[in-house]
Unconditional design. Sequence first.
Length: 367
Amino acid sequence: MRRGEFPDNNLYEIEGKGAYVETFEDEPIFSEAVNNELLPHWQEFAGALKQVAPAINVLPDNCESFFTLAFVQLNHDPMLLIKEALIGKPFQRLGFINNDNGDGVPAGMSVNGILDIVESNKNLRKLEIASNRIGRNHIERLCSAVHTHALVALNLSGCFEPGIGDEMLASLLTIDGLKLEKLVMFSNNITSAVSTVQADFLATNPRLKELNLVDNRLNDSDAALIANALRSNTTLRSLQLGNSNSITHTGVESFRLVLYDESSLNAAADSNHTCTVDLGWNAVDDYNSYEQGHINRGWKIYLILSTRNETMSNVQHFGNIDVKLLPNVLDAVQKYATNVYHSDSEVKPLSIVYEVMRKWGVGNFET
């Protein structure tokens, strides 16, 4: 770092350039004597960290700079050294994992220390504070930092006791001009108390592309509210709920009807074509498996046409369509067929064309 170089992080498969400092989770808590022996090494590390800013400033625009402190035991003195070294450093991504578990045992960077670092960093865009005990008294500062820095990614996994997680999420989602594109609230005791806030937020079609609410306390009613909000949302790409919430097959069905309502061609066309929903073993994410929404839309419409064609029942749903619309109908069949991966079990477009043209008695298909 003193030479303006960054360590090789290929071992961790981390994108960007920076420092990833980690110890094993199952290491015993260091004694005071061991911490004292390590202090000179932390002093040396902090000294090098203070000189790293010029190296960050010359990185290419597409290379993200980061600093992560994971499962590192720090008593008071080295914590202050690392904090002071990080103040004002222009890292674009910061991570503090399992550094303050709130049990009184010396761990790592305190939440107040983390917020001091965050508030001093004008370049910060992504922040992870995972398995740290964040209290109600930290919510206002944290929300202010999210707004001021225009953060695009925030991970607060495993940080909140019952009640506080709801307050944190509600406060985040009501920030004016929220720029977040990714929000992870894994295992934070989130309950039905904030489901309406979540649904109202998603219904406004915000910038958020990824939302992780795995291992919380949501139920079928919450699933119905969130699913309904997806009807008007075209930006969310991934909603992760896992199978650790109290969502049953009833909740799964709420999402399925929003992602793929096969009751009619119009209903299928009006479904959500952009979001995948991960409910663990109840996954319904295969309905929007393509990145392009128009391909997902075409796949669903063609699937209905294909399913009905097996019993030659498509014409029963067309009503009194004028024969002048025949070219449009045939064009639509071909268009949607090009968006579908054909397996041996799927009906080919020619079969659907044959069925459609029989409705108007066009041509002689008996020879």
